[in-house]
Design a protein around this ligand. Structure first.
Ligand SMILES: Nc1ncnc2c1ncn2[C@@H]1O[C@H](COP(=O)(O)OP(=O)(O)OP(=O)(O)O)[C@@H](O)[C@H]1O
Ligand SMILES: [Mg+2]
Length: 695
C-alpha cells in the first residue's frame, strides 16, 4: 500500500558553477614557486614556436612590489581573438593535449614551422593561472601577423574575489586600441604582470640553501639556466633572455646560457630499454678524463650491459640491481662526477650546477636535482659510508631524459612539483637510483678507496714519525742515565772500601754490608734496564744524514769511557750525506767506538782510537781503528754472527751493530783480521743503490 503522503521526488541535471574566487585561489596558490610560475610563460612561448622569450623587469625607482612590472614576451605564433577566447579563456582546456607528435626540423624558419617541429610541453591547460601568483594585474597583447592590430586583454584578479559571483559572470573586455609596451616582438605574445606580489630586488626569506643564491633575481637566473636540457637546447633554436633595470642585477641580465655539463673526471651514460625475451636491458658506459685514466692506469672507457629478467622483485640486497620491469618506458641519462681535489672550483668556473635533474622532452621537471631534493639518495649514500663519501653530492651533476611520447605514464603533478607517484614512477626512481649506485660504486672502488689508502699510509707514516720522536727521547733519557748509573757502581765500590777499612763496630759493619748489597742489587737492575733500553728495537725514518754529525754524536756518547780509560779519540771525517736511520747509525758507531776504547792494549802505550771516512764507488765508508791487540782470524770469522762468550756484551754488541745497520742496508766488517789494532769499517750504500734495494 503506497503511502499517501509520499514526497515529490524531482531531479534535474547538476552543473558545477565555479565561483569567481576559485580562479583567484588557483592562480595564487596552485603554483607556489614564483620562478616556476615565470617558467610557465616561457614554456607557453616555446610551445608557440617562439625563437626567443624575453623576461624584463621594471624595478628602478619602484621600491614597492606593487609598483614593479614584469613582462614576458615571445615571438611565437600569437593568437587571434577567437583563439584567445577558445583556448585562453577556458581554464583546464588545452588544445595542445591532442598534439602529441612532432618531427624535429632544423630548417624551421617561421614560428609556425618551429611550433610544428616541437613536441608541446603544455597539456593541462593551467599554466596561464600562474599569472595570479606573480601579480594582481595582467595585460596580454597578442597578434599573429604584422599587418594585424595588437589584441589587448586586461585582467584584474581583484575582480575575482567574490564568492557570490560565478566565474563566468566576470566580464573581461578586450580591445585593439591600447598599444603594446615594447617594440619587440613584431608578432607573438606579450604577457605583462603588474602590482607584483614579491619584491624582485630583494632576497629569498628563510635560511640559506647551499648551492642557491639568496638574491631572488639570482635564483631566477639559476632556475632559468636549468630550465632547458643541456642536450636539446642547442637543437631547439630557442633562447631565453633576462633583463632588469635594477643596478645590482647588472651581472644577471642577458641571454641565459644553459648550465654547462662537462667531463672533468667521470662521465657515466646509461640507457634502459625493454627486451621482450630478456627483460630490462641496462647499457652503460663510463668515461674518464684522459689524465685521470692515465693516473689510475685504467682504460678511459668501460662499457657494460646487463639484463634483469621480467618480474624480478623491486627490493634486492644488491643496491645496483634493477627491477625486472620498465612500466615507465625507456630511460636514458648522463651523470658527471668531479672526483679530484679542487674540482669543485672547476665546476663553478665552468658554470656547472650540481644535481641530477629530470628533463621531459628537453624541459625540466622540478624539483628533481634541486639542492634540497635527494631523489637519488646521494646524501643517504654518503651517510651510509660513515663520512667516507664515494660521491660528494656537490660534485655530481647530470640529467635523466624522458619523453611524453615514450614515457606516457610519467606525468607531471598539476602543481608542477614533481611526477605523480604511480607504479611507473616507482620503477623509474628505482632504475635511476640503481644506476647512480653503480656509478658511485665504480668511482668508489677505483678512485676513492685508493685515495683513502694513500691517506691512511700518510697517517701511518705520521704516527711512525711520532713514535720515532718518542723513541729518540727515551733513548736520550736512557743515555743520560748511563753515566750516573755507572758512577753509582763506582760509589758502591768506594763504599766497600770504606766499610772494610774503617773502625766500625762489627754489628754496624754487618748492617752496612747488607745495605750495600741491596743497593748494589738495585744499581745492577737499573744498569740492566738501561742497557736493554739501549739495545731494544728502534724505528726511525730513513733520511739524509750527515756523517760528520752522526760521528760527533757517537764520539760524544762514548766521551765518558774514553776519559775514564785515558783513550784519545781522533777524527778525520770527510763529511758526506748518506741516506740512513740517523739514530741507528749513531748507535752502531758508538758500539764500535766503545769496543775500540775497551779493547786490551799490548803495552801501557797511549790508548788511541781513530774515526775516519772515505767514499768508495759511491758508498761511504766509516773506519774505526784502535791500537789494541787486534782480532785473530778464527774469532773474526764469526764476529757478527754469534756472541763471543768470553767477552760477553761485546760480542752481542756486534750482532746489534749488524742489525742496526741492516735497517738501511749498511753493513760493518772487520778489515784486518789477525793484525794488531782492529780496523772496523761501516759501509753505507749510495742513494741510488739504497733506492734500488728498497724497491
Ligand atoms: N605565448 C603564447 N602564444 C600563443 N598561445 C598561447 C601562449 N600562451 C598561451 N597560449 C594559449 O593559451 C593556452 C593556455 O595556456 P596554458 O599554459 O594555460 O595551458 P597549456 O600550455 O595548454 O597547458 P599547461 O597547463 O600544461 O601549460 C595554450 O594552450 C595556448 O593555446
Ligand atoms: Mg602552458
Amino acid at each position: 500500500v503506497a503511502s499517501e503522503d509520499e514526497p515529490d521526488i524531482v531531479t534535474e541535471p547538476l552543473y558545477f558553477r565555479p565561483a569567481a574566487r576559485l580562479q583567484r585561489f588557483l592562480g595564487r596558490e596552485l603554483i607556489a614557486d614564483p620562478n616556476l610560475a615565470i617558467g610557465e610563460f616561457i614554456k607557453n612561448g616555446y610551445d608557440a614556436g617562439a625563437s626567443s622569450v624575453r623576461i624584463a623587469f621594471d624595478l628602478l625607482g619602484r621600491e614597492h612590489p606593487s609598483q614593479q612590472v614584469l613582462r614576458i614576451s615571445d615571438d611565437g605564433v600569437g593568437m587571434t581573438f577567437e583563439e584567445f577566447r577558445d583556448n585562453w579563456m577556458r581554464p583546464g582546456y588545452s588544445e595542445k593535449a591532442a598534439r602529441q607528435t612532432a618531427s624535429p626540423n632544423p630548417a624551421a624558419r617561421t614560428a609556425r614551422q618551429r611550433m610544428d617541429a616541437r613536441l608541446p610541453i603544455g597539456e593541462k591547460g593551467i599554466g596561464r593561472l600562474a599569472a595570479g601568483r606573480l601579480g594582481d594585474v595582467l595585460h596580454i597583447w597578442t597578434r599573429k601577423r604584422k599587418a594585424d592590430p595588437w589584441l589587448h586583454i586586461p585582467f584584474d584578479w581583484n575582480d575575482f574575489t567574490d564568492m557570490n559571483t560565478p566565474l563566468d559572470e566576470v566580464e573581461i573586455n578586450a580591445d585593439y586600441e591600447i598599444a603594446p609596451p615594447t617594440e619587440w616582438p613584431e608578432t607573438g605574445t606579450i604577457v605583462e604582470i603588474r602590482e607584483l606580489s614579491l619584491n624582485w630586488t630583494g632576497r629569498v626569506p628563510g635560511r640559506r640553501v647551499a648551492g642557491r643564491p639568496s638574491s631572488r633575481m639570482a635564483r631566477l637566473r639559476q632556475d632559468l639556466e636549468l630550465l632547458l636540457s643541456p642536450l636539446e637546447a642547442t637543437e631547439q633554436a630557442f633562447t631565453i633572455e633576462l633583463s632588469t633595470d635594477w643596478p645590482e642585477h647588472k651581472d644577471l641580465t642577458g641571454a641565459v646560457v644553459s648550465a654547462g655539463l662537462s667531463l672533468i673526471d667521470y662521465r657515466y651514460d646509461f640507457e634502459l630499454t625493454w627486451d621482450d625475451e630478456r627483460g630490462v636491458r641496462v647499457h652503460s658506459e663510463i668515461r674518464r678524463a684522459a689524465d685521470l685514466a692515465r693516473d689510475l692506469d685504467i682504460n678511459p672507457t668501460t662499457r657494460m650491459t646487463a639484463y634483469y629478467a621480467p618480474g624480478t622483485a623491486l627490493a634486492s640486497e644488491d643496491p645496483t640491481s634493477h627491477p625486472g620491469a620498465l612500466a615507465s618506458g625507456p630511460i636514458r641519462g648522463t651523470m658527471y662526477y668531479a672526483a679530484r681535489k679542487g674540482t669543485g672550483r672547476r665546476m663553478q668556473d665552468l658554470g656547472i650546477q650540481p644535481g641530477v635533474r629530470v628533463y621531459r622532452d628537453g624541459v625540466r621537471v622540478e624539483p628533481y636535482g634541486d639542492p634540497e631534493d635527494d631523489w637519488l639518495g646521494v646524501q643517504a649514500r654518503k651517510a651510509s659510508r660513515q663520512g667516507y663519501a664515494a660521491i660528494r653530492p656537490n660534485h655530481l651533476s647530470g640529467y635523466v631524459a624522458i619523453s611524453k611520447v615514450s614515457n606516457p605514464e610519467l606525468v607531471d603533478m598539476t602543481n608542477r612539483q614533481g611526477l605523480v607517484e604511480n607504479q611507473a614512477y616507482d620503477e623509474f626512481g628505482a632504475h635511476v637510483r640503481a644506476e647512480f649506485r653503480r656509478f658511485a660504486d665504480l668511482v668508489f672502488d677505483e678512485f676513492v678507496k685508493p685515495e683513502w689508502a694513500r691517506d691512511e699510509d700518510r697517517a701511518t707514516a705520521i704516527a711512525q714519525r711520532t713514535a720515532t720522536h718518542q723513541d729518540v727521547l727515551i733513548r736520550d733519557i736512557v743515555h743520560e742515565l748511563r753515566q750516573p748509573v755507572s758512577s753509582l757502581g763506582s760509589e758502591i765500590r768506594n763504599l766497600d772500601y770504606v766499610i772494610e777499612n774503617s773502625e766500625i763496630p762489627d754489628q754496624t759493619k754487618a748492617q752496612l754490608r747488607q745495605i750495600r748489597a741491596r743497593a748494589g742489587g738495585h744499581v745492577d737492575r737499573i744498569a740492566k734496564v738501561v742497557r736493554e733500553a739501549l739495545d731494544g728495537p728502534v724505528t726511525t725514518e730513513i733520511e739524509p744524514v750527515s756523517i760528520q754529525e752522526v760521528v760527533d754524536q757517537a764520539v760524544e756518547s762514548v766521551a765518558e769511557i774514553a776519559t775514564s780509560t785515558g783513550t784519545t779519540i781522533e777524527q778525520g771525517i770527510d763529511d758526506r750525506t748518506v741516506i740512513a736511520r740517523q739514530v741507528l747509525l749513531r748507535r752502531a758507531i758508538s758500539e764500535l767506538l766503545r769496543n775500540a776504547i775497551e779493547s786490551p792494549r799490548p803495552t801501557d802505550a797511549d790508548r788511541v782510537v781513530r774515526v775516519t771516512s772515505t767514499s768508495r764507488n759511491g758508498t761511504v765508508v766509516i773506519t774505526i781503528q784502535d791500537n789494541g791487540e787486534g782480532i785473530d782470524v778464527a774469532t773474526a770469522a764469526g764476529l757478527f754472527e754469534k756472541p763471543i762468550s768470553k767477552k760477553g756484551r761485546q760480542g752481542e754488541g756486534l750482532i746489534g751493530v749488524r742489525n742496526l745497520l741492516a735497517t738501511f742496508n749498511a753493513r760493518a766488517r772487520l778489515a784486518n783480521p789477525g793484525e794488531a789494532g782492529a780496523r772496523f769499517e761501516v759501509v753505507i750504500p749510495s742513494m741510488g743503490e739504497l733506492r734500488r734495494n728498497l724497491r
